[in-house]
Design a protein around this ligand. Structure first.
Ligand code: 16G
Ligand code: ZN
Length: 534
């Protein structure tokens, strides 16, 4: 049974703030770091119970607020294969986080043990890490108090690390010594696996010009420096915004979210980036990636998650064909409503495309239905999943020509290069670089695969965002009644017009997206739809 006295005494040290409600949402718990002490303590206990429920498999806990402002923080759980926490446990997390007092918390814990039929005698294993936020160390200490309170938990502190490395560690730990081993369960193992695959994939190709990487003044700087050391002249990386100690610098006027939202070059890069040179931005926990370049006239061009998806999917389709495997391996794409209409059109002419609701878990699950599933959100979060049948086919297939053999080897190496647990900015960056090297593409040539439709995203603060309910992968509103008809009526007046409204899962706002043939029209449509919502 639960050691009620120990847990109770420890829980008293981490009281819940009286007037706050916490919700385990799209990105776990996420809010002002200074309010999260009780949540962290309780998540420590929850992670241990999740591990016991899964027979002692290792569960991950990541403390981060990603691209959000520095004072924010957050926490999310990682399931044994490195994927997001199962949905039914998101509800358990929310219930535990909101118990008002220590006795109510204990009651909620006992109810969870009973309803989820958790055998407390099972072992518990947890690995945890955090990003560079100043609130991180104290929150990790609260998490550790939770892990210690339940007793007998084998825990491992991965320290300051990127979100995708933490996901990798979870999967590698749980597959250690098995035939599905994902790699050595250390960060060295991660860097080694990915860079070895990269070197094989670019062997014999002309080295690309140096790449500028905006690290958002976050933990991605650490990973960039590691890769830069290992890759040497195979790929020259130029880190900028790699200052993780100056207060307030994280995600401030830099990083993937800044670039995607403002559709602008971070001001800090204006003196660094030369015309024609490509660059990319990571976000605060290095799971999002946006590329861009300046043309000869100095104009900014963004290569977002949709452009990455198009580049990567076309490359994989070509390799599958060249390996003689098109009959056996079906490549598909998953997008959300935010995908640019230009990208959807380009992709749908080449392979199956599915649209799902916003949020990594929806994309990830849909991608699992393909033999090779490519998913990217326009915001730069994405990866490629190879099904286990596909992995087997790749390892057993007998190529009948040297060309087939080369393509097959490339595919096998891609399965090693790509972090299949979750979107990984560094692994995705190396994937992009591989394709550019193979195709001898500059940023401009990549950009010209298709033309983006001008678009605009607006946030609207409303009295109650929960009255906004959607269907059809968030592309249509079912509530408030009558609103969708008014949106349709507006959209019809714009050439190539498209617009949708959805409540945010991470902020207390409603988001409005619009696109149209020309920029001024996209802006106008977005603001007029916002006017309907307000
Ligand atoms: C989180 C999600 C991202 C999603 C975004 C939507 C993860 C790792 N990230 O950042 O996938 O696009 O939330 O935010 O799940 P919104 O609901 O506020 O628009
Ligand atoms: Zn992130």
């Amino acid at each position: 049974s639960l050691s009620v006295d120990t847990i109770s005494a420890a829980a008293d040290q981490h009281p819940k703030p009286a007037h706050l409600h916490f919700q385990y949402g799209t990105a776990g718990f996420r809010t002002l770091g200074s309010t999260l002490d009780s949540v962290m303590f309780r998540v420590g206990i929850l992670a241990a119970l999740r591990s016991k429920k899964l027979d002692g498999k290792t569960i991950g806990v990541m403390v981060t607020a990603s691209h959000n402002p520095e004072p924010d923080n957050g926490v999310k759980l990682v399931d044994p294969r490195g994927e997001m926490l199962e949905a039914s446990w998101e509800v358990h997390a929310t219930v535990l986080a909101n118990a008002a007092t220590t006795p109510e918390f204990l009651e909620a814990l006992e109810a969870l043990v009973k309803t989820a039929r958790i055998d407390l005698a099972k072992p518990a294993r947890v690995v945890y890490g955090r990003d560079t936020r100043p609130s991180g160390p104290a929150l990790v200490a609260a998490l550790e108090d939770g892990l210690n309170a339940i007793g007998g938990v084998e825990s491992r502190n991965a320290g300051v690390t990127t979100t995708p490395i933490l996901h990798y560690l979870v999967r590698a730990t749980n597959t250690k010594g098995s035939k599905d081993s994902y790699g050595e369960d250390t960060s060295e193992g991660y860097y080694d696996k990915i860079s070895t695959a990269f070197k094989k994939l670019v062997s014999g190709k002309a080295a690309l010009p140096p790449l500028v990487i905006d690290c958002a003044n976050g933990v991605g700087a650490q990973a960039t420096i590691e890769f830069s050391k290992i890759l040497g002249d195979k790929l020259q990386l130029i880190p900028v915004n790699d200052d993780t100690t100056t207060p307030g610098a994280l995600n401030n006027a830099c990083g993937a979210d800044f670039v995607k939202t403002s559709q602008k070059l971070p001001p800090s890069l204006s003196s660094v980036l030369k015309p024609g040179q490509r660059a990319c931005s990571l976000d605060g926990d290095a799971d999002r990636l946006i590329y861009y370049y300046l043309d000869e006239r100095g104009s900014f061009h963004m290569l977002d998650g949709d452009k990455i998806a198009a580049l990567v999917a076309a490359f994989i389709v070509e390799l599958v064909k060249n390996a003689g495997l098109e009959e056996q391996i079906r490549v598909g794409i998953v997008q959300t409503a935010y995908a640019n209409g230009g990208s959807t059109k380009y992709l749908a002419e080449r392979l199956p495309v599915k649209c799902v609701s916003t949020g990594v878990k929806h994309l990830h699950h849909a991608a699992e239905h393909y033999d090779v599933g490519v998913y990217f959100e326009a915001n730069g979060h994405g990866t490629v999943l190879f099904s286990s049948e596909t992995t087997t086919i790749l390892s057993e297939h007998q190529p009948s020509t040297p060309a087939q053999s080369t393509a097959l080897n490339h595919l096998v190496n891609l399965t090693q290069l790509i972090n299949q647990t979750v979107g990984d900015a560094l692994s995705d960056m190396l994937l992009v670089e591989v394709v550019l090297a193979h195709k001898s593409y500059s940023g401009q040539e990549w950009d010209s695969l298709y033309v983006d439709l001008p678009n605009r995203l607006v946030k609207v603060v409303v009295a109650n965002r929960h009255i906004f309910k959607t269907e059809d992968a968030e592309r249509r509103l079912v509530s408030p009644p009558g609103l969708q008809a008014k949106i349709d009526e507006l959209v019809r007046r714009y050439e190539a017009g498209r617009s949708f409204v959805r409540p945010s899962g991470t902020e207390d706002v409603v988001r409005v997206y619009a696109e149209a043939m020309v920029k001024a029209q996209a802006d106008e449509l977005a603001f007029r739809v916002a006017g309907l919502v307000y």
